[in-house]
Structures are given as structure tokens and as C-alpha cells.
Design a protein around this ligand. Structure first.
Ligand code: SF4
Length: 343
């Protein structure tokens, strides 16, 4: 590989304590092309994850080739999963990326089992499958190929414009199995997007990605999520954002309020302290009793957005999520809630 000679072995002191305990750690890698990011390459025994039976997700299986995400969204509710590796929910989540380097091979093996029933598989429910690391590791073509070869429907949700690379492959895949593509875009202003999601492609680049998907002949759903109370929930912003999404040719859109899990909530509140200090007491009140915004807020948001979705022709097929009770089951996969809108 191009960074041969720069590798640090699993025994190196730079390996984080939790990773040393992780079965399958092959090596830890730094490369000048990814300044500030450390890749921990692991060989996984399996990458096909069953969604807990109690989940309300409309899919039962997921594949996540990475843990951690260099897109670094401050509100990301996958952050807490990094603590299982003795890493923190903040900078470690953004920069210490676990890469399941054998994901395509072990997935193909699992899908070949006679017991596999070819249920839909959602890609990128935990972290973004087209984050920057994918440009180097190229795991997604093999994963998509394994799913198609086994006759398994698939969905992808991403903020990553690297998806363009695989559009020809996904277009071919759609001739054989159902393929659902979703782009996550919740902020139209590029300056605000850079503050909230510093590692992501710009809103303009993601809108261009929507266009490219549609030009391939595939449908494209846009997830306007998470909507951040008092930051991105004005009628003017939502109207302009949905207009831009419609203009890019999106097939449909869904809108969802922010979900701030413990740990993630603290990280996001730090961001608020820095950039919108006047909102901190409001957020403590709104999210003081749980991870979800109260039903009243979500109902208010749904009513605000419904006519906008209709006006921009994005309501067909979109689903405004009804208010929910705080879930009892822990750690629903972070982007899984968003993925739900793809089916
Ligand atoms: S919200 Fe999605 S894209 Fe952003 S850091 Fe989390 S997993 Fe990555």
C-alpha cells in the first residue's frame, strides 16, 4: 500500500488502549494524505449486523465498514459508540478511524450461507460509508458487489461526494436488486455547515451529487436531518434548503429534528457555547429530559415543513416522522433513523 513504511504495528505504544484489546487489529496507520487522522486496520470476523428485534427500523441488517467518522459533525449521535474503544466522543471520533479492511470478503462469505434470506441491508447506518477513508480503502465496491451477487437489496445514506465514484456500479446494481440512495443535507449556508460539519463536502457539492445520482437514472431521497432548534429551523432556511434540493432534482425529502444522546449532547453544547451561547439554556430546557426533542417541538416542526415539502414537490414518498416516545433500547445505530426514510 502507498503508506508502506509508515505503519505502526499493533504493539506500538501509539495504539490506543481499547484498540489493543480489539480482536483482529492488524496495524495502525498514519499517512500524510490524511493529516491528523489515524487509521486502525482490523480484520473483522463478520460485518453483517442484525438490527435489534425491538428496533422500529424497516431493515433488519446493516453493514458499517468504518467506526469513527472524519466528517466530524458536532451533533453526530454515533459519537458515543467510540467510548467502547476507550476513545472519546470528540476529537477521537473524528480522527481515530477503525477500518474493517476485510469487509467485502467476510460479507461475501456471510451472504453465501444457505441461511441468508436476502433481506435488505442498509449501508452506513452507524458511520458514513463514503467518508474520506473510503477513497483509500475502496471497500464499498466490494461490499456492493457482494450484495448484488447474492441478490440482496441495499440502501446507502451518505454526506460523502465520493459516492460519485460508485454511481456506475450502483446503476448496474439497480438492474439486479432494489437500490435506495439517500443524501444527508440539513444546512444550506456553507459557513454554518463548515462550523457544524467541518469534514463534510459543502452543501453545493452535495446538491451536485443529487444531480449526478438523478442523471444516473436512480431516485435520490434527501434527509434534512438533523434540524437544529433555533439554528436551522427557521421557515426561511427550510424553504430555501428544500427549494435547492428540489432544484437539484431530488425525488423526495424527509425532515427530522436533532437527537442528542448523552455524551453527544455535551459535545454539541460545547459547540453551542462557542458559537451560539445564548441558546445553551434553551437547549438545556428542550433536551433536559432526554435525547429526543419533545413531542411538541417535533409536531411544530412537522407542521412547519409539511406545506414546504408539498410546495417544492418533495412530499411524495417522504415521511415526516411522527413524534416518538424515548426509546428503551440503547444505541440505535446513529444514522439508522435517517436510513429508515429510504425504504
Ligand atoms: S452524522 Fe454521519 S457523516 Fe456526520 S460524523 Fe456522524 S456518521 Fe459521519
Amino acid at each position: 500500500m502507498r503508506w508502506d513504511g509508515q505503519e505502526i504495528t499493533a504493539e506500538d505504544d501509539a495504539a490506543l488502549p481499547g484498540l489493543r484489546k480489539m480482536a483482529g487489529l492488524v496495524r495502525t496507520v498514519r499517512t500524510p494524505e490524511f493529516a491528523g487522522i489515524v487509521f486502525h486496520e482490523v480484520t473483522a470476523r463478520s460485518v453483517l449486523n442484525r438490527v435489534p428485534a425491538a428496533s422500529r427500523m424497516p431493515f433488519r441488517w446493516t453493514v458499517n465498514p468504518f467506526r469513527g467518522c472524519s466528517h466530524a459533525c458536532v451533533y453526530c449521535y454515533a459519537r458515543s459508540t467510540h467510548t467502547y474503544l476507550d476513545m472519546d466522543v470528540g476529537a477521537d471520533f473524528d480522527s481515530q478511524i477503525v477500518v474493517k479492511v476485510n469487509a467485502p470478503e467476510v460479507l461475501a462469505r456471510d451472504l453465501a450461507k444457505p441461511s441468508w434470506t436476502r433481506e435488505q441491508v442498509a449501508l452506513g447506518t452507524n458511520t458514513d460509508p463514503y467518508q474520506r477513508a473510503e477513497g483509500r480503502y475502496r471497500l464499498m465496491p466490494g461490499i456492493i458487489g457482494a450484495l448484488v451477487a447474492s441478490g440482496t437489496p441495499l440502501s446507502v445514506l451518505t454526506k460523502g461526494t465520493l459516492l460519485r465514484r460508485d454511481l456506475p456500479l450502483l446503476g448496474e446494481a439497480a438492474a439486479h436488486v432494489p437500490v435506495s440512495l439517500g443524501i444527508s443535507l440539513a444546512v444550506l449556508d456553507a459557513d454554518l455547515q463548515h462550523l457544524l460539519e467541518p469534514g463534510t463536502p459543502s452543501p453545493r457539492a452535495r446538491l451536485d451529487l443529487v444531480r449526478a445520482i438523478r442523471e444516473t437514472g436512480l431516485d435520490c431521497h434527501v434527509m434534512v436531518a438533523p434540524v437544529l432548534p433555533w439554528v436551522t429551523d427557521s421557515r426561511e432556511h427550510l424553504d430555501a434548503l428544500l427549494a435547492a434540493i428540489a432544484e437539484a432534482g431530488a425525488t423526495s425529502a424527509s425532515v427530522m429534528a436533532a437527537h442528542l444522546r448523552p455524551g453527544v449532547k455535551d459535545w454539541y453544547l460545547q459547540w453551542l457555547e462557542m458559537h451560539r451561547p445564548a441558546l445553551v439554556p434553551e437547549y438545556r430546557r428542550l433536551y433536559g429530559r432526554g435525547s429526543y426533542a419533545p413531542d411538541a417541538y417535533r409536531t411544530w416542526l412537522a407542521e412547519r415543513v409539511r406545506p414546504l415539502l408539498r410546495r417544492h414537490g418533495l412530499a411524495r414518498g417522504s415521511r415526516l416522522r411522527a413524534p416518538e416516545r424515548e426509546p428503551e433500547a440503547p444505541a440505535q445505530a446513529p444514522d439508522a433513523v435517517m436510513q429508515a426514510a429510504l425504504f
